[in-house]
Write a protein that binds this ligand. Structure first.
Ligand code: HEM
Length: 229
């Protein structure tokens, strides 16, 4: 067995990969929220469409995006495997851990992760699949001074988020995301050994603030769009 196989099949190896991919996904969420906040500028989508055009065509961003899809899958698969391993271990006599004092989030990380994954399948099916494989599904637009047209993703996003069923699915997804991050953020630092009694309080505070503010930001965008004329 090569060291790579040994690493990925050991519980510690899996946890380290979960932590690193989790931190990458946390960074992605911040960029994604920043991009989507452009929807609220009230400029008819000029800034949002320019931002999406840049993100969709820049070669460096494209490579990072493929890394992102791979990390989402890796994080999900390893998470399920760790959850199954923990569940099997609980049946054994020598298992002494107790989860009585654990938070709702830490006890339900796997189910929360699966809910987020289900949200992602719906979300990426709605936008990403159309952008990648259904050329022409969105209109194009050419702003003053431009030599070529770009995709009018803004109009597509507004049309999608104006559907009440999508709003409900999104809000449930953001809620699951908030709980998952509540535990996941600080847990990633702990797994990587980046914890010190001096900084633990700060890491916990940053993690909890992130877990509230980022999903809340996404929720406010969705609610703003459905209420918008
Ligand atoms: C108001 C909330 C949100 C809006 C309006 C939104 C909008 C979009 C749009 C329009 C795309 C397609 C852009 C593209 O592929 O170039 C996209 C892609 C994506 N979204 Fe979201 N999103 C939201 C929340 C979220 C959340 C909470 C997550 C994660 C839990 C997420 C994860 C993703 C991923 C992984 C992609 C594919 C990334 C890429 O290819 O660039 N989104 N989103």
């Amino acid at each position: 067995m090569s060291w790579v196989t040994t690493f990925f099949t050991s519980s510690l190896g899996r946890k380290l990969v979960m932590a690193l991919t989790g931190l990458f996904l946390i960074l992605f969420l911040l960029v994604h929220l920043g991009g989507n906040l452009q929807l609220l500028r009230g400029d008819g989508g000029v800034a949002y469409n320019h931002f999406s055009e840049f993100m969709g065509h820049n070669p460096v961003i494209k490579v990072i995006a493929y890394g992102l899809y791979f990390f989402i899958l890796l994080h999900t698969v390893l998470g399920i495997r760790l959850w199954l391993a923990n569940r099997n271990a609980k049946g054994r006599k020598y298992e002494v851990h107790t989860t009585e004092n654990a938070s709702f989030a830490s006890k339900n990380m796997a189910i929360l992760g699966l809910l987020i994954f289900a949200f992602l399948l719906i979300h990426m099916g709605d936008f990403w699949v159309k952008l990648q494989f259904n050329e022409g599904v969105y209109d194009t637009v050419r702003y003053e001074g431009m030599t070529h047209s770009i995709t009018d993703l803004y109009t597509g996003v507004i049309a999608s988020l104006k559907r009440p069923a999508i709003l409900v699915i999104y809000l449930l997804g953001f809620l699951a995301l908030g709980f998952h991050l509540w535990h996941g953020f600080q847990s990633a630092f702990q797994t990587l050994g980046l914890n010190h009694y001096k900084y633990n309080g700060l890491i916990r505070f940053l993690g909890q603030a992130y877990a509230i503010l980022v999903p809340l930001g996404f929720a406010l965008i969705s609610i703003y769009i459905i209420l918008m004329k």
